[in-house]
Design a protein around this ligand. Structure first.
Ligand code: HEC
Ligand code: HEC
Ligand code: HEC
Ligand code: HEC
Ligand code: HEC
Ligand code: HEC
Ligand code: HEC
Length: 618
């Protein structure tokens, strides 16, 4: 390793013990991998500003409909692209009926009036059902080319339905729910990262991560301005008919005219589905066409480049950058060398379409190397002489979301056999970068912390905490760093430190839900009940879909002997979370303490069914 900073030494240790593994929404794809410290040679160290950069203006957007007047051709073509159908408000329709059984639960998809409901229930002997809960669905995520996820809304928050739809086999559990012992419920938040990749333009709430206005989207599906930038000034310029002589640049962005790094970033902002960490002070909505990817995010990837394998669990971006076409074309080859951004070729024309794209560089003339195989041999195997059939075959991982299906490595000889699994994370940055080295260290430490949290890994938490403490003096105004440090300190039972870190985080981001929630849970755990009740009540009102906040509030009220208030909150929560054995058990005990045995008994029975063995040790 080039340097001996303590953080890199720590990462080496992490590497040797192989402590980290991953999953998240890249379901199951990344198990058992370790972190690896590796710098890109072009990385130039530089100072980190003391204050976060100013948020990008959100003005100047007009919506795709406005472009139709002058660009009817692009508008009509783009309409049928999966990206133009990436997200939709769900009304009753073909998505509204179905049923299936999984993970010990029965699921039903039902149309009721204009709305679609997802119903989950579980039955056991004599209890049919033991519990049942249901939610109306607000949005469908995905055009359905490979699959769909569904979102429900509670206040300013969105949650993912446990019900998903797959092009290959129809209804089933959403990715990730299979692995969990927990009830497949509506508890997983859908946040900024998810929506910035799947929606046109999100209406977030100022100063709050992962929270949205009532209508959620200013433009629902991915639209023109995601790739071309805000259109208002461009339209004004051309409406006035002064384009030719007014001088100055047309403010609309044509990605094809950008330098390679910025050109690719237009697609990478959504298609680089590696591990992405926001830079200091940035939000998921800050990217504007013309920016470079690393103006906003720092990405870590699996080292498929080094192994030359790993067809699975890797995005088209990572694969393309591993191709010789990309590496030898000096910035010429990019996503739009092969893809028309506005249209997908039809099944009848796709072979010819892509063949022409290849031949633009591989015509076989003097300087342009064609296929090494004579055309007659090729046609013997592929009558259409399909370049992509031999050099970009389709893999078998069609059910894993966020991974490439088509082999974008453009190999000379098609890969054979099972793809091996990649072995580590590395910084993903092929274009030279001017990100200060400390920001890369910060991003890596935050990623470690995220993994430590996700897998409840204390060794990794210790490494992350050490790295974050070391970085803290450079990032005093960084709410995210303080919040994650607090989370690590809690995992490590460093109670006082955790409280201080979380309070610092709340001072820096006084409106952010997740930050305040961390502090609320901390206050509860450390017995500061009056303060906990105040904060948790506030949070509970904002997030009626958050059973963790609600549950802690109930428990705290109980500890303060405000049982009647606790019962009221618990009964309300139970309507949405009837499977939560802790709530049911608490209610049983609360009623008993109030002398209401007739109410306490059935709750006690139910708690035992929900959590077998619950009272056995008492
Ligand atoms: C009032 C008519 C009008 C509207 C509305 C309009 N444009 Fe244009 N646009 C033009 C004209 C005229 C040109 C061609 C300019 C030229 O050739 O220099 C153009 C060119 C472009 C280009 C190519 C620029 C380049 O440098 O190659 C893009 C991209 C573009 N428009 C996108 C959009 C988008 C996106 C919208 C909607 C937000 C939009 N336009 C709305 C009139 C319009
Ligand atoms: C705002 C995010 C976003 C941007 C920007 C974006 N994409 Fe996409 N793209 C998506 C999503 C999401 C899907 C999946 C849509 C679906 O099926 O629901 C997708 C799907 C695709 C597909 C698959 C089409 C098919 O056959 O199913 C291609 C090809 C594609 N994008 C190419 C590009 C290229 C090239 C660029 C850059 C010029 C680009 N995308 C920019 C988000 C984006
Ligand atoms: C970094 C950007 C990014 C993030 C974050 C992201 N996605 Fe995606 N997602 C994509 C892209 C790009 C595709 C299309 C890729 C392809 O076809 O190979 C996709 C595909 C999908 C599909 C299949 C769409 C179809 O019609 O076939 C679903 C469903 C989906 N994502 C759901 C989600 C959910 C739910 C989340 C958040 C929990 C999420 N994604 C987070 C970029 C993202
Ligand atoms: C996924 C990204 C993406 C989306 C979405 C998108 N474009 Fe484009 N657009 C591009 C790229 C990339 C180019 C340059 C293509 C090239 O020259 O190869 C382009 C080129 C153009 C041009 C210039 C065409 C020319 O002949 O030079 C116009 C006009 C345009 N787009 C309008 C639109 C309109 C209108 C919409 C929405 C209906 C739209 N685009 C949606 C990426 C996108
Ligand atoms: C923008 C130009 C460009 C496009 C478009 C392009 N390539 Fe390439 N490709 C290259 C360059 C440059 C090389 C490296 C040639 C060398 O090594 O001398 C290359 C190398 C290759 C190789 C050799 C790989 C190896 O490992 O030796 C194959 C096979 C290939 N391309 C196939 C394709 C196919 C199939 C397509 C279309 C789907 C395509 N290319 C599109 C520029 C391009
Ligand atoms: C050398 C040509 C080439 C390049 C460069 C290329 N693609 Fe593709 N891409 C293809 C082909 C061929 C397909 C399969 C199309 C089909 O089967 O009809 C494909 C399919 C896709 C799909 C559909 C899902 C899948 O994996 O089959 C997405 C999404 C996609 N490409 C995104 C991208 C993005 C993003 C980039 C830039 C990072 C990119 N592609 C660069 C040729 C290319
Ligand atoms: C029937 C399968 C098949 C088809 C179809 C095919 N190729 Fe190839 N191609 C190969 C094989 C096999 C090799 C490697 C030959 C070797 O290494 O001896 C190759 C080699 C190449 C190379 C590397 C050449 C070199 O000298 O390094 C390029 C570039 C290439 N193909 C491009 C294309 C293009 C462009 C098309 C479509 C016009 C195409 N191929 C169609 C099988 C195919």
């Amino acid at each position: 390793l080039p340097t001996t900073s303590p953080i890199r030494r720590i990462l080496l240790i992490v590497l040797t013990i192989g402590a980290a593994c991953a999953s998240g929404w890249i379901a199951g794809g990344l198990r058992g991998r370790s972190f690896r410290a590796q710098e890109t040679p072009a990385m130039r160290p530089g100072p980190v500003p003391a204050q976060p950069p100013a948020a990008r203006s959100s003005g100047g957007y007009v919506g795709s409909e406005r472009c139709a007047a002058c660009h009817a051709k692009e508008f009509e073509m783009y309409r049928s692209h999966p990206m133009a159908n990436s997200m939709s408000e769900l009304a009753a329709g073909p998505d509204s009926t179905g049923k299936f059984r999984a993970a010990g639960h029965d699921f039903e998809i039902e149309a009721r009036g204009d709305a679609t409901w997802h119903v989950v229930q579980r039955s056991v002997a004599n209890y049919d059902p033991l519990y049942r809960f249901e939610e109306p669905i607000r949005f469908a995520i995905g055009s359905g080319r490979r699959g769909r996820s569904y979102a429900v809304q509670h206040g300013s928050m969105l949650y993912q339905s446990p019900v998903g739809w797959y092009a290959s086999h129809g209804w089933g559990l959403s990715p990730g729910y299979q692995e969990r012992e927990r009830v497949p419920a509506f508890e997983r938040r859908l946040g900024d990262a998810c929506l910035q990749c799947h929606a046109g333009r999100v209406e977030g709430l100022a100063g709050r991560q992962d929270e949205f206005s009532q209508r959620v989207f200013a433009e629902t599906a991915i639209g023109c301005e995601r790739c071309h930038g805000p259109g208002q000034d461009h339209i004004e310029r051309h409406s006035r008919g002064v384009a030719e002589n007014s001088g100055g640049e047309d403010p609309i962005v044509n990605p094809a005219r950008l330098a390679p790094a910025a050109r690719e970033a237009v697609c990478y902002q959504c298609h680089l589905t590696a591990e992405r960490v926001l830079r200091f002070g940035r939000s998921e909505y800050d990217f504007r066409p013309g920016d470079r990817f690393d103006d906003i995010w720092i990405a870590f990837s699996h080292d498929s480049k080094a192994t030359g394998e790993a067809m699975d669990a890797v995005s088209q971006v990572e694969q393309m950058e591993a191709s010789r076409c990309f590496q030898r074309s000096e910035g010429k080859l990019g996503c739009i060398s092969c893809h028309d951004p506005h249209a997908v070729p039809s099944p009848e024309t796709r072979v010819t379409f892509f063949r022409e794209r290849c031949i633009a560089c591989h015509s076989g003339g003097d300087q342009k190397a064609g296929c090494a195989l004579p055309e007659s041999d090729r046609r013997a195997k592929s009558p259409e002489d399909s370049c992509i059939a031999c050099h970009m075959p389709r893999g078998t991982t069609s059910d894993v979301p966020h991974t490439s299906q088509t082999d974008h490595r453009v190999l000379r000889v098609p890969a054979t056999g099972e793809a091996g699994s990649p072995s580590g994370f590395q910084l993903f940055s092929s274009f030279s970068s001017a990100v200060p080295a400390e920001e890369v260290d910060r991003a890596r430490a935050l990623l470690m912390a995220q993994y430590a949290q996700q897998f409840n890994d204390r060794i990794l938490a210790a490494r992350a905490a050490l790295a974050l403490v070391e970085l803290r003096p450079r990032f005093l105004a960084d709410a995210v760093l303080h919040r994650m440090l607090g989370a690590m300190e809690e995992t490590l039972l460093r109670t006082q430190d955790a409280g201080q870190s979380l309070e610092a985080a709340v001072r820096l981001a006084p409106r952010d839900f997740e930050t305040r929630k961390r502090l609320g849970l901390w206050l509860h755990r450390h017995g500061e009940y009056p303060a906990a009740v105040a904060l948790l009540s506030e949070l509970g009102a904002e997030a009626p879909g958050d059973v963790e906040v609600g549950g802690r509030l109930v428990h705290t009220l109980g500890n303060l002997r405000r049982t009647a208030e606790g019962v009221a909150v618990a009964e309300r929560l139970l309507k949405h979370f009837p499977y939560d054995w802790q709530l049911v058990n608490w209610l049983s005990q609360a009623y008993r303490s109030q002398g209401k045995t007739d109410l306490a008994e059935p709750y006690g029975q139910r708690a035992k069914l929900l959590k077998p063995g619950l009272h056995d040790s008492q």
